[in-house]
Unconditional design. Sequence first.
Lengths: 188, 872
Amino acid sequence: MSMKRSSLFYCHQQSGAGFTEHQGWEIPAFFLSPEKEVAQVRDTVGLSDQSYLLKFDLKERPMQGRWLLGANHYLLMGEPPMDAPLGAIDVSSVYTSLRLAGPRSRESLARLTSVNLSDSALPNLQCVQTSVAHAHAIVMREDIGSTLAFHLLISREFGESVWESVIHAGREFNLCPFGLTALRLLHN
Amino acid sequence: MKFYFREKIVEAKQGDTIAAALYRNGQRIFSRSFKYHRPRGLLCVSGKCPNCLMNVDGVPNVRVCITPVCDGMKVSPQNAFPSLELDFLSITQRLDWLMPVGWYYKTFTHRMMWHVAEPTIRKVAGLGKVLSSENREYEHIWMHADTTVVGGGWAGLQAALDACGKGDQVVLVDDQSVLGGQARYRKSAGEVPADLIRRVESHPNVHILRDSSCFGLYEDYLLGILQRNPHPGALERLVHLRTGKVVVATGAYETPLLFPNNDLPGVMLSTGVLRLLHLYGVSPGKRAVIVGSSRAAEELSVELSGTTIEVVAALVPEQVVSAIGHGCVRGIRTLSSVIACDLIVVCGPRVPDVGLSAQAGGNLAWSEVHGAFLPSSLPPQVSVVGEANGEGVTGVGAHLPLSKRAFVCFCSDVSSQDLCDATAEGFDHIETLKRYTTATMGPCQGRMCQLSAIGVCAHETGRSTAETGVTTSRPPNPGVTLGALAGPRHHPIRRTPMHYSHEKLGAVWMDMSDWRRPRFYKTLPTSEEKECVLAEYHAVREGVGIIDVSTLGKLDLRGADCGKLLDKVYTHRFSDLRSGRVRYALMCDEGGIILDDGTIARLNDDRYFVTTTTGNLEFVHQWLEWYLVGTAWDVHIANVTAGYAAINVAGPNSRAVLGKLTDCDLASSAFPYMTCREAEVARIRVIMLRIGFVGETGWEIHCPAESAESLWNGLLQAGADYKIRPFGVEAQRLLRLEKRHVIVSVDTDALTNPYEADMSWAVKIDKPDFVGKAYLANAGADTSRERLIGFVLTGSGLPADGAAVVVDGKLAGRVTSSRYSPSQEKAVGLAWIKPAQAKEGACIDVRVDGKLVPAKVTMQPFYDPQGTRLRL
């Protein structure tokens, strides 16, 4: 069976990413070098494609790892493998999920969305639905350790457009894409 | 630092603006005026007047007095030929008698005259030229604050600290590059303690936007701010700032005095002189004459003492007859003598800058004490402080000239004479005067001319200034470049998961709203659309074809009560649909109007898979959620459109091709028409619907988007022996038209009900209740409405979409879709016609290229009327 590809596969290929296999997905392991990418994220801001994450749409509140989207509307997101909770609809394929991380991530994102991203309006582990670069998006704040970070969930067909817009928005801070290796280093 | 001015190198010091560097290097004329091409020099030196507009690095109308020098930038004057010093078009000032106020309206009384004159006028008048801005970067940013202070002078700084003291997050907006306001260049304004600025700058709750002009205050306290050069990668940045409170601390600006030649280069506002002197170390002149009230002149003399400027005289405005000079000031003529000088320093009336508070909905009232219009009432969250609120402003309003040949509006060359003429012609209300003369409508947006215009108007009409009133302040003020408003080029494109496969196959794209879909595939670079579409058509009719239909809306419905909900919102019945079956679905509104159509598959007892048309997905999703509210039904709806790619495999050989990739029994006995299965194709879990939009044996395969490309390529590989062909939207439209399948909102419109569209079979009027039933229950019997019919052209030609249908020489309807049908070897189509002709075999005429061509009405599909091929 051939590997799963995110909406950004060709985009990554063009930027010269080194690919790896992860849970059946063909995803970028690195773009420059993992160490450089980690340093960039810690200093300013970086962007990663995490479309392989599992996502479930729920009407009832699950035990953990949940994001509140609306009244009786929850989203569960997590690393594969993971069992679908009872009554959940698997929406993993629906979203291109991006990880925007680094101290300047908020400023970069503020160029693409009108929503208030400040600490008081969007504290850690809270999410908001809004428009990012003219596409509907779920913006979820989940810091990596003490580093400010967001998940951006965009309907898959907008993936490339939004990726390019975020890269463009962060150019003042030399925003660079980062791969799975750097992401793992950041989490350690 | 060096930059280029008209190809010559100009040296600049650190911290110089372009204007300061040019002035130091002897440049006195900075622009030519809009109408008369009069020479104009620096006036306000603070980015408020229109006198220093130049082209900087290809961007027109840049105010060079506030634009810092960057190494290597290219600056050129505009609106002058051949040069600023010698402009041939300045001849127009000798012809001013030919161009009185309102001369467009008076001269070009016939439309043709305007067409003849317009190109010439456009060349002569106007400001800079817009060039391509390919390499300019503009950006947007959204910010949020509890309190926003506009103005970084003493009052603004204090207000920012006060707000911080209450715990607010504060944004401080200042249009200069350094905080401090007029205290930076004016001793008499009182020293701003360096400590105050430091405290504001270092306060963690204050975010400072420098070089930023606040151009508008919109609903819900949204401020529009234009920030110049936010970082080297961007020319300008538009800040959308949502704020809780607004403190307007915009101060007051100085305006010119009226006397003949008051626009000569060398006549400068006192604040402009002080800015040049103290901010940039440029001496504006050697021998200066001060014009202004004795108190203002005295204050200014103190300011100028100890500088290189020698004050040779101080005059009150009433003494001045005119300024003298050609191209620059040589002297000033008073009632009693002529004084030689190279600089006339004007201490004009100071006008509080209250535009923002007026935009917020506050009222302005004339204050005799201050000689200014000041806010008399304010919306709850807006406050005005400092000079903007009249603090320290004293004046008597506009000074009126002895002669009427003084310029009031520098932007479009309106003199006091013009204003008097316009008032005499009946435009004596300040708002009509503004519109007729264009005074206050130029790049300065009234900052230089409003007070004078009001003064002249009041004098001519014999009214008081308070009665005359003030023109309305509207955003944007100051003006904003269109590039900044447009922002960066983010055009969202929706791409299906097979986008790049289509590209490799030679897809020619078409835009369907934001989606990009292959219109057809160009097999050879030389092939024409017509032959490609025909080849794709034949592949489907005779062999096998595949099309990417991923743009279809898809909803996943789970729960015990899904059937109830679907029965309610769709016209057909779905609660009795057996698992594994598919049914056509039609949705109407309460008035029986067709909203959307699609297919609904029941995957198991508690799960329905609903497809919608490409454009209506969001609407249908909301419509379903809306009818679910308050029902307590067990229904869970998820929009899975992007999660599933969809491929339609169609044609007599589709079974053979699919059979190679799946174990699922595809025989019609096991997998008949209008049924569905969950299965594995090419080792990918998919949902298969056996439906036939194009009228052949076929399956619509919904597969997880991340595996769609390999499924698509797998199908192409498996079908290679059968000469499988990808087909595009154009071939699909032709195929479906032959089957008379309707496309909602192409063949139907905002008034169509199912009976008129010949789809009564999809309406189960015996259901207890559904949306639109009340109307549709009676609509079936209504035979007076137009009907959607099929027609076959008996003559030759191809009607355009929308072509007229004619019966007995009278207009009787219109064509909605028409194509040349290869199976009928004639043009076929769908049309709305009067009910009398909506009968099998009726004769109608269709207008094709201006001629009437006969056609026959048919109520049957054109191709395979019995639908046997679908069921093979």
